[in-house]
Design a protein around this ligand. Structure first.
Ligand SMILES: Nc1ncnc2c1ncn2[C@@H]1O[C@H](COP(=O)(O)OP(=O)(O)OP(=O)(O)O)[C@@H](O)[C@H]1O
Ligand SMILES: [Mg+2]
Length: 336
């Protein structure tokens, strides 16, 4: 799976930069000359060993600049971070809702790692949502949800979490087909962050963008990472479900979740935190009531609104797990 002897341009043909936004990689479209299969190569610049921080970044960029000027916009990552992402992709590659990793190229000189994977041609779920602002059909959402949950169940069972789950990290394999979704980007982002902690933060840009809804409340208020990052994935997944069914990410009357209104504050665990969870739950119950009632009026099954409530549970200890979600009665509902 890991090849150390060759480079992307030696092994593949038609190497061409794809125009898509990325902070830590250059995405290339390539062709396997043996099979004729079109693939995607996620090219990641490595920090030199033992030289991290700004100095390491400058060194890495200097070596890469002659290859492609676009490297100047990219943040290099450590080899350990990239290998962790490759490991997650390799473990999950056989799940129908995860992208198939073809191989990993650790290019000679160790300046770059390339993750070669299947090409997903249907675009991002976030783009698909822009064309479906009055909501997506429930049977299709159910099919998409089941694929994504199977990935989350397998990931969580094997100690893997997604670190930034939202519609910009879900792609459609086939254009227009929500039932062909696949989860992408199992990276922790540049710099690694605290182990097992999601990438989400209190960044001002995130706090005002629709991205904020996918951030689990406990990330904003917990002193340390006591509850699992797996529960955090389930919150993000719950939001994706709600966004797909309603066709909107801004459906609440009050656009300011209580966990983002103030400066980040870390609550000690114990009863102070429990009381905070209860207060935040009251807030979300009130907002959800209006939205879910509207969905029901438009024909949503009670099982679909019930699973959303069980996923959007503020206290992560009470939130539905991936295993539990797959056993939820919604997945027994059939549609004509
Ligand atoms: N298998 C794929 N097929 C087609 N396009 C893809 C594939 N994987 C990723 N992309 C495109 O490349 C973009 C960046 O991918 P990804 O999120 O994995 O990279 P990244 O370096 O982590 O980016 P960022 O740091 O901005 O999240 C995606 O938003 C998507 O548009
Ligand atoms: Mg990404």
């Amino acid at each position: 799976m890991i090849s150390r002897k060759t480079t992307l341009s030696k092994k593949y043909t038609d190497v061409e930069r794809l125009v898509c936004h990325s902070k830590t990689s250059l995405m290339m479209g390539v062709k396997d000359p043996k099979t004729g299969r079109s693939l995607v190569a996620k090219c990641i610049l490595l920090l030199p060993e033992n030289t991290h921080g700004e100095k390491g970044r400058q060194m890495a960029l200097r070596t890469a600049a002659h290859m492609d000027p676009h490297w100047q916009e990219v943040t290099p990552r450590t080899v350990e971070e990239v290998m962790e992402e490759a490991h997650a992709m390799y473990t999950l590659r056989k799940c129908s809702g995860a992208v198939d990793l073809v191989e990993v190229l650790l290019e000679p000189g160790s300046t770059r790692v390339v993750l070669v994977m299947e090409l997903l041609e249907g675009g991002l779920l976030s783009e698909f949502m822009l064309d479906h602002t009055s909501g997506m059909k429930e049977p299709e959402v159910q099919a998409a949800a089941s694929r994504l949950l199977n990935v989350l169940r397998e990931a969580h069972k094997t100690g893997i979490a997604h670190h930034d789950l939202r519609p910009a990290h879900v792609m459609l394999t086939l254009e227009g087909r929500l039932d062909s979704v696949k989860m992408v980007d199992f990276s922790k982002g540049a710099g690694g962050g605290v182990a097992a902690r999601p990438k989400f933060d209190h960044d001002a840009a995130i706090a005002t963008s629709s991205q904020r809804w996918y951030q689990p409340p406990e990330v904003a208020v917990q002193e340390s990472c006591e509850t699992s990052v797996y529960a955090g994935n389930m919150w993000s997944f719950g939001w994706m479900l709600l966004a797909m069914l309603t066709g909107s990410e801004e459906m609440f009357e009050d656009p300011h979740p209580p966990w983002l209104v103030a400066e980040p504050r870390k609550l000690p665990s114990g009863h102070v935190q429990d009381a905070w969870f209860k207060m935040a739950q009251r807030w979300i119950d009130k907002e959800l009531k209006t939205v879910l009632t509207k969905l029901r009026v438009h024909g949503a099954r009670k099982e679909s609104t019930d699973i959303i409530q069980k996923l959007l549970t503020v206290d992560p200890r009470d939130r539905l797990t991936a295993e539990g979600a797959l056993r939820h009665p919604w997945f027994q509902c059939t549609y004509m």
